[in-house]
Design a protein around this ligand. Structure first.
Ligand code: FDA
Length: 385
């Protein structure tokens, strides 16, 4: 480890972008460590051995961005298909389009409505509930979408996600729920969207394949940290609380479990992602990955699905979504203050910043971190050699 200019902990998007930039733009050497046996972090994809379909082991990943910089950067490593994500929710024996749009409203109320009629119906329901004094998640959600849509599509789903009655959840864990008063049913509204033509893992192979990058998988940073020279630059994308030995406590996360099933049918559900809103159905979503690549000639007659179950993360679980309570935020501030004691370590990525990041945000943040922190650090170090 000592001979490398930079050690990067984590081979997800944040770490891979830093490593790639250090190697290709500065010609410096990088050692990338990941405790998992594969590159790609949570965006990792692989071929399912039983169906031949490319699956996303950590849940469906759709690439979307408004950033010209990120879009252009990724095109150095992949082309994208024209995939457009659409999501459906099964509730009370029927199927609805998500996010809530005019088709959803018409279906939920069982009649045709103009945009203005739909707006008025939802506003009347929100007013009847009394939007003043919003304290809990339920009040906030009804203020956005009205009682009918809330009861049908949001209540049971939220309860399953958080294992808590939405009336006992704080309003600040959700933003305002969007309602589109058009029939636009695209899940993402970003300028650019698509699936990497040869899959996600191929992007990481391209990024990390530079001759100045060495990748060591199945290696936990904390097992080798004592072999790192204290003046060597470390870019750490693991959990920030773990870095400091949980000195201020454990930050709260939700995790998800995926149950894999292989079915002897060509098509199990007709779409990549279907949500299940009813509280009695134990899973939150079903992913069917073949629909992410309709352009591929998949073998017929077999498909792989993942059923997704949501719960609070225990200490040994994969952290997925920050819970971000007031106590978590105070704890994070303490950890951030502690980073000043480690000037040779740069923290980043979703785990290092305790923040949900979409892929384009992780890539954009890594490009900025490279420019504003990594490159200046190495330039200063060069002056002192
Ligand atoms: P990431 O978690 O990918 O990488 C961190 C790496 O560090 C991991 O590989 C981990 O093993 C490693 N590590 C941690 N501690 C270590 C240690 N001590 N030693 C060595 N290695 C260590 N985004 C999007 O744009 N579109 C989408 O559709 C989705 N879908 C989606 C679904 C689900 C269920 C989730 C949870 C997330 C998404 N995302 C998404 C978000 C996407 O997964 C996220 O943007 C990237 O994973 C962020 O990349 P990072 O490099 O920050 O973390």
């Amino acid at each position: 480890l000592d001979g490398f200019d930079v050690v990067v902990v984590g081979a997800g998007f944040f770490g891979a972008v830093i490593a790639e930039q250090v190697a290709s733009r500065l010609g410096r050497s990088v050692c990338v460590l990941d405790r998992r046996p594969h590159i790609g972090g949570n965006a990792y994809s692989e071929l399912d051995p039983d169906s031949g379909v490319e699956v996303h082991r950590y849940g469906t990943h759709i690439f979307h961005t408004n950033s010209e910089t990120v879009w252009r950067y990724l095109h150095r490593f992949t082309e994208f298909t024209g995939y457009r994500h659409r999501v459906f929710t099964v509730a009370n024996g029927r199927v609805y389009s998500m996010p809530i749009n005019l088709a959803t409203v018409c279906a939920a109320f069982g009649r045709v409505m103009s945009p203005d009629e739909a707006r008025a119906v939802i506003a009347a329901e929100a007013a009847a509930h009394g939007a003043a004094g919003i304290g809990n998640l339920e009040d906030k959600a009804i203020a956005s979408v009205g009682r009918t849509l809330y009861d049908l599509l949001i209540r049971g789903y939220t309860q399953k996600q958080w294992q808590t009655d939405p009336r006992e959840l704080s309003a600040d864990i959700i933003g305002r729920l969007p309602v589109r008063f058009t029939f636009d049913d695209r899940y993402f509204a970003d300028r650019y969207e698509g699936m990497p033509l040869d899959g996600y893992t191929a992007i990481f192979r391209g990024m990390l394949g530079h001759p100045r990058i060495a990748v060591h998988l199945g290696v936990d940073y904390f097992d080798v940290a004592d072999r790192i020279n204290p003046r060597q630059l470390v870019v750490y994308t693991g959990p920030i609380d773990r870095f400091f030995g949980y000195a201020c406590g454990h930050l709260g996360w939700r995790t998800v479990d995926f149950a894999r099933e292989v079915h002897d049918v060509a098509d199990y559900q007709g779409a990549a992602v279907i949500n299940y809103a009813d509280a009695e159905v134990p899973f939150t979503r079903v992913h069917e990955f073949r629909h992410l690549h309709p352009e591929r000639a998949h073998a017929q007659g077999r498909t792989t699905i993942y059923r997704e179950y949501s719960r609070f993360a225990g200490r040994s679980d994969e952290p997925y979504y920050p819970i971000n309570t007031a106590a978590d935020r105070a704890m994070l501030a303490s950890y951030r203050a502690m980073t000043a004691s480690r000037p040779n370590v740069i923290f980043g990525g979703r785990l290092g910043s305790y923040k949900y990041l979409d892929m384009h945000q992780a890539i954009g943040a890594a490009l900025k971190t490279f420019e504003h922190e990594v490159e200046p650090f190495l330039a200063r170090q060069g002056m002192h050699l």
